[in-house]
Design a protein around this ligand. Structure first.
Ligand code: CTP
Ligand code: MG
Length: 177
């Protein structure tokens, strides 16, 4: 398999995670997942940027993307799970769950570092959701998760995330790019 094909497959593979990460910006809001609770350091557990609705909206988006992939990709050159379309839905679900848990973990660390909600943190914003997404999906998609694919996705995620945040800021969805 050539490198272009592997790169394309990696990106198709991670799409549910990207949608999970982006959806709460539009559909999030409401009750914060930490119920406004603070920790020993007097900072919020996760902060007001992490809401229950956003958490579930993200997972739901990933499941939808996985389902769309299950309908669209079997039999094409981008088929990630030949012979088992339901695998797209399993992988999508786990990628979504991992993404949202990783997003929470990133915010948890940011709050412990005393960072205000919304302040950008290079590694925590971009890579914690990716790392958790890959870990969660590993049991059902280990064939798509290996050092080179993870490194490639980390790089792609960095640029996509930076670009998407600038865009979201320009169109007024996010106050801080
Ligand atoms: N969001 C949400 N629920 C989540 C995750 C995100 O409602 N579980 C929404 C919030 O409106 C949040 C926005 O998506 O402000 C952007 O998410 P993100 O950049 O991950 O959070 P930040 O607000 O930057 O907060 P933090 O500093 O904790 O990363
Ligand atoms: Mg942010």
């Amino acid at each position: 398999m050539d490198i272009l094909m592997l790169s394309a497959k990696s990106i198709v593979f991670i799409l549910p995670s990207y949608f999970a990460n982006a959806t709460p910006v539009v559909l999030g809001g409401g009750t914060p997942i930490d119920f406004n609770k603070k920790m020993w350091d007097k900072n919020r557990v996760f902060g007001r940027g992490k809401t229950i609705r956003g958490f579930f909206a993200g997972i739901f988006a990933a499941i939808l993307v996985g389902s769309a992939q299950a309908l669209a990709l079997p039999g094409t050159w981008l088929d990630l799970y030949p012979g088992s379309p339901s695998h797209y839905v399993f992988a999508g679900t786990l990628l979504g769950l991992g993404t949202m848990v990783g997003d929470l973990a990133g915010s948890f660390v940011k709050r412990r570092q005393g960072m205000e909600q919304g302040k950008p943190s290079f590694l925590l914003d971009q890579l914690s959701f990716l790392l958790f997404a890959l870990l969660f999906a590993y049991p059902v998609a280990s064939q798509h998760i290996y050092p080179e694919s993870a490194a490639f996705l980390a790089l792609v995620t960095y640029f996509v995330h930076a670009g998407a945040n600038i865009l979201a800021n320009k169109i007024g969805l996010k106050k801080v790019p």
